[in-house]
Design a protein around this ligand. Structure first.
Ligand code: NDP
Length: 255
């Protein structure tokens, strides 16, 4: 597919739904070849088929980013298939509602394992091939929660503070190698993750009640996943001399 990103190879994590799926579609729409990673294989296969039906090229890579070996295998498979890796978008993420008192430590670890360690694992795996080809672009999807934590979403906020901090540190570390790192911090976006909180099921965690009120989330406007995907496309389309280091994106009606 011809476009501004023709010839570029991207790997998008969390591509089986929401922001990752929209980003994979948008990157492919701009001509990039996309490798797509998440745990739900059937959703990845459906997305790959959709991209290919539109004239693009896609590779479904089922895997769990919390497992370093699985993240590394996905990056290796993408490079083996397409010969390079220009863009890595880390969108895989989970949320668990519940404060310090309610949420068991194991679920805090689960959130950190996916949101922080999953991002780290994919970045670690991508650095060598990007260095070998003389540069690349990493986009880490953090959250508004890294700036304004909501009550009773402590694990999520802590993980996103960590992602934003790690990401800025990585930007400085990799700049000399020509690898740009961007942190995107979206506000509320209509996806399965946000729906889970809005309907109060908070991704089915055990323990004391964790309703939307418990989470401290105020009702407000939502963005669409395609809005964040458009921002990713903007970031990765800039000339190599320019890097959007951090991007905070809020619903326009947000106060
Ligand atoms: P979704 O729930 O729609 O998407 C999350 C994606 O992450 C899914 O594709 C899921 O796929 C994947 N995922 C979860 N755990 C793993 C894992 N262990 N290994 C691989 N993939 C995994 O939510 P969003 O699109 O909203 O979330 C995308 C990112 O955006 C997250 O990092 C989230 O924190 C962030 N964000 C979202 C906001 C919102 O309001 N929606 C606001 C700010 C940030 P699968 O289950 O198939 O593995």
């Amino acid at each position: 597919m011809a476009g501004a990103l023709s010839g570029k190879v991207a790997l998008v994590t969390g591509a089986s739904s929401g922001i990752g799926e929209a980003t994979a579609l948008a990157l492919a729409g701009h001509g990039a070849t996309v490798a797509i990673l998440a745990r739900r294989r059937e959703r990845l296969d459906a997305l790959a088929a959709r991209i290919e039906a539109a004239g693009g090229e896609a590779l479904a890579l089922p895997g769990d980013v919390a497992e370093a070996g699985e993240a590394a295998r996905a990056v290796t498979a993408a490079v083996a298939r397409f010969g390079r890796l220009d863009i890595l978008v880390n969108a895989a993420g989970i949320i668990r509602a519940g404060g310090a008192e309610a949420l068991p430590a194991g679920e805090w670890r689960e959130v950190m394992d996916v949101n922080l360690m999953g991002t780290l694992h994919c970045c670690q795996a991508a650095i060598a091939p990007m260095k070998a080809q003389g540069g690349g672009q990493i986009v880490n999807i953090s959250s508004l929660a890294a700036r304004r934590p909501s009550g009773a979403l402590g694990a999520y906020a802590a993980s996103k503070f960590a992602v934003s901090g790690f990401s800025e540190s990585l930007r400085q570390e990799l700049a000399p190698a020509g690898i740009r790192v961007c942190t995107i911090e979206p506000g509320q976006t209509r996806t399965e993750l946000a729906n889970g909180l809005a309907t109060g099921n908070g991704q089915a965690t055990a323990g004391p009640a964790r309703s939307p009120t418990d989470t401290g989330l105020r009702r407000q406007e939502f963005m669409e996943a395609s809005d964040i995907a458009a921002a990713v496309c903007f970031v990765v389309s800039l000339p190599p001399r320019a890097n959007v280091a951090q991007l905070l994106i809020l619903p326009a009606a947000s106060t």
